[in-house]
Design a protein around this ligand. Sequence first.
Ligand SMILES: *Cc1c(COP(=O)(O)O)cnc(C)c1O
Length: 464
Amino acid sequence: MDKDKASTHVSNSVLVPTFAARGMTREIPKNRMMEEGMLPDVAYQVIHDELMLDGYSMLNLATFVTTWMDDQAGKLMSETLDKNMVDKDEYPQTAEIEQRCIKMIAELWNAPDHETAIGTSTIGSSEACMLGGMAMKWRWRARQEAAGKPTGKPNLVMGSNVQVCWHKFCRYWDIEPREVTSEGDRFTLNAEEAMKLVDENTIGVVVIMGSTFDGRYEPVEEVSKALDDYENKTGLDVPIHVDGASGGFVAPFLQPEIVWDFRLPRVKSINASGHKYGLVYPGVGWVVFRDKDSLPEDLVFHVSYLGGDMIDLSINFSRPGNRVLGQYYNFLRLGREGYRRIHQTSQDVAKQLSSSIGELPPFDLITDGSDIPVFCWTMNAEYAKTAKFSLYDIAAKLRERGWLVPAYPMPANRSDLVVQRVVVKEDLSMDTANMLLEDIKRAIEFFESKPENTPSTDDGGFHH
Ligand SMILES: *Cc1c(COP(=O)(O)O)cnc(C)c1O
């Protein structure tokens, strides 16, 4: 039987698009390539229609990733879809623009000399973190070898609130993860706890500017000072990598007084996601090293560039160049003032919305959005004793209206505590935030008005 032919029986392995074309009656197999293709308009419509089932990204308050760019950015990025970032010789101007972005970011992060700063764009912070982590491992190994010491047992010190990319880094590169767990109402690492885990096999300490769990900044300067004392006592120089996935593009604009970046000599590398508060669509991250000495030469490959030489530092090979161009567009279009204004507005929305949510009797705020514009809350302990709902129920109820506002447990040692989080981005206006607040109130009323209800414990599978 010809499996492509229409039949009255519709199985789960075919698509029968209604809108693609009125006359279209043919089934399209989902998991098997058809022998013959179809007209471009039809293929476009089939996929376009199916994607309507994806959530509406403006209501996705779970993601940190950019869901809106202006039309000119969209136009520029569509025109440059064909550019491959790795072909520095074929697309020398794109390569040149990447270098300008690295220097601008290095200056934003107060590198000692941003003109000679060294770094790369990546596919996202995960790749950038791998590169920063590898540099730490390589430098530690060289130090140990030079001292005639063993190199078999490297460890990395970080909070248990790290993003999953650091667990991957440790597993892929055979490094023992040493985690500062949460305690009471501390959900990040601090210097005192971190120092209990540091020893001569520590390749470095990861400090996060903008924890994904609650949006808090970790105390980079405090950790740096503690490591200075440690070096004075032991002679061991333990570097810091700052994971600024979100905060790397927030702190320079909203909290310039916080000393977290290359102003601290111990900070050897910093990553950030261009596609988070760098305001570019998904597919770009950055890692910048303090200076040439912070990046071991063995990790660097060289590619030809207009007959010259350019460094290639990456795990991926081919990747889109248009994301880097989108980043440069934002830098030119917005300037420092534009970034400051946009993020300040997001922070104003975050603070107002968080304070309104904090005033609702069932909830207690954990953070209010005053670091990065991200905040979370938990159930009030008294209220929870007789509550007919959990935060998971609120998340599910909000989803009926299209809002994605995830609930999840806090990290190791405090995973008994379930929180609910909102990530405020440029496209969440005060008006839209008020609509969310009304929907949260309606959800509470809905559950409270039920004669009885057992609070759900199902987290719906959210992961960071
Ligand atoms: C999002 C995030 C990452 C991973 O970033 P991607 O750009 O999604 O790869 C790493 N660390 C932190 C703190 C994050 O928030």
